[in-house]
Structures are given as C-alpha cells and as structure tokens.
Design a protein around this ligand. Structure first.
Ligand code: NAD
Ligand code: TYD
Length: 363
C-alpha cells in the first residue's frame, strides 16, 4: 500500500479513516476523491495535519475520465470505497441517488480499477493491488429477537433501497473478483457513531437536539436493536484488512453490544445531564418523543465477528459507555462544527421533509 485512493473521504467514516491512516502510515500517499454532496464537507477534514502526502480531488466516482486520470497520475495501488449515499430515510424518499452512486458509481470505479490493475500487472507487477469495498450489516436484512447474529455466510436479504443498493454493489465487487480475479476485500460493518457524523443520523441527531433542548424523535416504539460500533474501531479494522486481509474475503465487523434505540437515547440524555446539567436540573429524557415509524423499518441487526477476530486478531476496543461519553464531549466541544453543518439549507429542508408534519405522540 503506497498510493491510496479513498473515495467519500469528506464524509463521516472516510474522514475518520484518513486521520487514522495519516497517523499510522504517514508514508502512504492519499488521494481523497469526494463529490461533496450534502453529506460531504471539507470542514470534516479541517484539522488534518499539514501533509505533503494528502490531496483532495473534488469529483464523482461516476466520472470515468477523472478516475482514469487519478489512477494513472497517482499510480493508485489501493482503493477504499466509502463513497455512497448512506441514509436509509433518504433512500425511501429518493432511491434514484442510491442507484446512481452506490450501484453505478461502484461499477464505474471497479471498471477503472480493473483496467489500472491489468496495466500494472503488465508493467510493474500487479500483486500489490487491492480494491477494498466498505459495506454494511443491512445487506443481510432484519433479525428476529432469537436469531443468531449475521455471519459471512448469512443470506443477503436487503429491505430498504439503501441496503438493496449496497447489496448490489457488494455483488458487483465479488463478481469482479471471481470473474476477472481483481484483488478485493469487503467489510460489512454495523452502525457507526463518533466524531463528524452527519446530524441526520440517529446518535448525532439525539446529541445535538438534546444539547439544544429540542425534542428527540424516536421512530415507532424505539425497541429496534442496533449493534453500535465506535468509528475508530471500524477504521482500525479496515486498516488491518488492508494490511493482512485475505484476497477475496468478506469480514463482518461489529461491536457485539446490542441496544435498543430507546436505551441509546436514554444513555445520551444521562451522559449529557452529567456533563452539562440543564438550568432547572431536569432529565433530558423528557425530550424523548415517539413519532410514526419509518416504512419497512428493520427490527434488529447484529454481527458475528468470529472470523475477523480469528483471522486478523481485531476486536473493538471502545465500550459503548466510554464511546458515548467521548462522542457527547466531542459534540459539546465542536459547537461551531454543528452550526456549520446544520446551517446548510439542505439540512433544514431534510428536517422539514422527514420529521415535520409527522403525527406526534409524546410519551
Ligand atoms: P456519509 O454519508 O457521511 O459520507 C459519504 C461521502 O461520500 C460524502 O462525503 C459524500 O460527499 C461522498 N459521495 C457521495 N456520493 C458520491 C459520489 N457519487 N462520488 C464521490 N463521492 C460521493 O457516509 P458514512 O456514514 O461515512 O458511510 C461511508 C460508507 O460506509 C458508505 O459506503 C456506507 O454505506 C458505509 N457504512 C456506513 C455505516 C454507518 O453507520 N455510517 C455503517 C456501515 C457501512
Ligand atoms: P440511522 O442512524 O438512520 O441508521 P440505520 O437506519 O442505518 O440503522 O438510525 C438508527 C436507528 O435509529 C434506526 O432504528 C432508526 C432510528 N432513528 C430514530 O428513531 N429517530 C431518528 O431521528 C433517526 C434518524 C433514526
């Protein structure tokens, strides 16, 4: 790994991953290709140390011409594909963007990577090449309470336009490996949280609204279960897969700690009450408000991480309580970042579209 192409590096996980790599591998040259959609923002990277080994390129993974130039000029030997439309609620309202980026974008990136890899094989020897694709636990569908967690052999059963588009991209990546022998790895990870996550997502939405004393919207009964992992644990797992992952392999990643949305929202309120008691000493749990459920809402996700533990010695290091404490502190210390992201007209339009007008029930 000498010349790394990171796509979607101005988003939540991608920006954390760039920081991770610059710290651990300062000798690697990183090209960050990002279209800067509503979810991508260069303020997510404003604290990057000055590095001659980092370059940002504003562009789209569907732009084949641009991709060819990048692969050629930067002599890319490793791709980490984070670029995606990533929010389930938005996929319900506008599936087209998900097909465009997650399926067609991954396809165009695979094609150019495949050409570049063949070219490298013929010139400098192409063994040192890897296309790493970032995916999600949601491709496996929804678990019943008594089901065992998903492993790498679980059947794909995506249920939202988001998870269907991610499943499709995973299949394309595997197809390029089996058909053309392109060296690939895939990681399917559970729900992430941590610094720089867009406030449309559950945990930052809860933290930011709780800081601002606004209602905390809980979809349906709030008993849906997720396997929350801190983003830095996810980044370390990707790094290990890049270094030592088996060619063609898929690794399931997660924290192994399952919690309902109500438990997570409650933990956030309690953490914030400890760090910043409100003026009248009231618990912020009073702000919780059930609103009508998301259509097709998956009930439970959980990941079996035995394979990655045994094969790569990776396991998550950050407990949920420590991770939430760190994350709430981070948002409190980055009020300017919150203002910067939420002042975007797209965000207020989104809040209006997704939340306002829903029939509200207070608990
Ligand atoms: P994000 O929405 O925060 O960031 C996505 C980034 O991709 C943004 O910077 C955006 O500008 C960029 N992008 C979008 N379309 C693009 C295009 N056509 N060309 C170039 N750039 C484009 O998402 P995230 O939460 O950081 O997720 C990153 C990846 O991880 C996604 O592939 C997602 O499916 C996957 N994933 C996310 C989670 C999670 O909990 N957030 C969990 C598992 C897997
Ligand atoms: P989200 O962060 O959108 O991730 P995903 O749908 O990919 O798991 O949502 C996490 C959970 O939180 C999910 O069960 C939906 C729920 N949720 C709410 O209850 N209220 C909210 O305002 C949001 C954004 C999500």
């Amino acid at each position: 790994m000498k010349n790394l192409l990171i796509t979607g590096g101005a988003g939540f996980i991608g920006s954390n991953f760039i920081r991770h790599i610059l710290q651990l591998k300062p000798d690697v040259f990183i090209t960050n290709l990002d279209a800067l959609t509503y979810a991508g923002n260069l303020v997510n990277l404003s604290d990057l140390p000055d590095s001659a080994n980092y370059e940002f390129v504003h562009g789209n993974i569907n732009d084949t011409k641009l991709l060819k130039t990048i692969f050629n000029d930067k002599k890319i030997d490793t791709v980490v594909n984070f670029a995606a439309e990533s929010h389930v609620d938005r996929s319900i309202l506008n599936p087209a963007a998900f097909v465009e980026t997650n399926i067609l974008g991954t396809y165009s990136l695979l094609n150019v990577a495949h050409e570049a890899w063949k070219h490298r094989m013929n010139s400098v020897g192409g063994e040192e090449f890897r296309f790493h694709h970032i995916s999600t636990d949601e491709v496996y569908g929804s678990l019943q309470p008594d089901d065992t967690p998903f492993n790498e052999y679980s059947r794909y059963d995506p249920r939202s336009p988001y998870s269907a588009s991610k499943a499709s991209s995973d299949h394309l990546v595997r197809a390029y490996h089996h058909t053309y022998h392109l060296p690939i790895t895939i990681t399917n990870c559970s729900n992430n949280y941590g610094p720089y996550q867009h406030p449309e997502k559950f945990i930052p939405m809860m933290i930011i609204n709780a800081i601002q004393g606004k209602r905390l919207p809980i979809y349906g009964d709030g008993l849906q279960v997720r396997d929350w992992i801190h983003v830095s644990d996810h980044c370390e797992a990707i790094y290990r897969v890049l270094l030592n992952g088996l060619n063609g392999a898929t690794y399931n990643l997660g924290s192994g700690s399952e919690h309902t949305n109500l438990e997570i929202a409650g933990l956030i309120c309690d953490t914030l009450d400890t760090l910043l008691p409100n003026s009248v000493g009231e618990s912020r749990q009073k702000l919780l408000q059930h609103i009508p459920d998301r259509p097709g809402h998956d009930r439970r996700y959980a990941m079996d991480i035995t394979f990655v533990k045994e094969n790569l010695g990776w396991q998550p290091a950050i407990s949920l309580t420590d991770g939430i404490m760190q994350t709430v502190k981070w948002y409190l210390e980055h009020i300017h970042w919150i203002e910067e992201i939420t002042k975007n007209a797209d965000f207020s339009r989104w809040v209006q579209l997704n939340y306002d007008g829903r029939d509200e029930r207070t608990i």
